[in-house]
Design a protein around this ligand. Structure first.
Ligand code: B16
Ligand code: MG
Length: 218
């Protein structure tokens, strides 16, 4: 008997590393605007919505833009980003993720995607994972960005599973906060110091089996 009925996965940083493509596109936009947007700056964008990411980029560059100009800049960045993700394939699924999801299917645990990205479906298609999720909630379906719990609560609601029977896998602080606010168990994927509010933290799925996870939660 497991203690959770549904596992909700964040996308960028948990299933695939799309942060590197976001970085290439934001860096290019920074260059066009006349400043150097660094990899360190890019860390601040993880798990953050597209428009909030643009605000952070403009803040780094010390630039102010009107709402219309911002729309145009975000669209331009997204076009470059989409060009990168269209080149993705299943080799970009992070190590151990597929076997972990398959273990969940075998154990009859439902699976969901809970991502801030409006491009989540395209990415899942490219890496061949669309059919591995019972429900997909992305940036097109929610109005409030993480750390608001809306994205995770909507996933649970769609399958009528109580939040306290859900477990969330997240790489970003804002995502862990969202999962905690939703009343779900939270598993950080990444740096334990950064993800200290998670119930448990693992470096990735490579070493993680469902049995090991259940034993850690017991
Ligand atoms: P898009 P996640 C997030 O994905 C990314 O971590 C974040 O860097 C990005 O700004 C956000 O999606 C929106 O992405 O521009 O494609 O709508 O971690 O929530 O899966
Ligand atoms: Mg993420």
């Amino acid at each position: 008997m497991t203690m959770f009925e549904m596992a909700i996965f964040d996308l960028d940083g948990v299933i695939v590393d799309t942060a590197k493509y976001h970085y290439l596109a934001w860096h290019r936009l920074g260059k066009e605007l006349g400043f150097n947007f660094t990899k360190e700056d890019n860390e601040r964008l993880k798990g953050v919505s597209r428009m909030r990411s643009l605000d952070i980029l403009l803040e780094v560059g010390g630039i102010e833009k009107t709402a219309e100009e911002k729309e145009a800049l975000a669209t331009k960045k997204n076009q470059w980003y989409v060009d990168y993700i269209m080149e993705m394939d299943e080799s970009e699924i992070l190590p151990g993720v597929l076997s972990f999801i398959n273990e969940l299917h075998q154990a009859k645990i439902r699976t969901a995607l809970g991502s801030a990205s409006k491009n989540a479906r395209t990415i899942l298609e490219r890496v061949g994972l669309t059919n591995h999720f019972d429900v997909i909630v992305d940036g097109n379906l929610v109005s409030k960005a993480k750390p608001d719990p809306e994205v995770f609560l909507l996933a649970a609601q769609k399958l009528q599973i109580p939040p306290d029977k859900c477990i969330v896998f997240e790489d970003a602080q804002a995502g862990i906060e969202a999962g905690n606010k939703a009343g779900m168990l939270t598993i950080g994927i990444g740096d334990p110091q950064l993800l200290k509010d998670a119930n448990l933290v693992f470096s990735g799925f490579e070493e993680l089996t469902l049995l090991h996870l259940i034993m850690c939660l017991a």
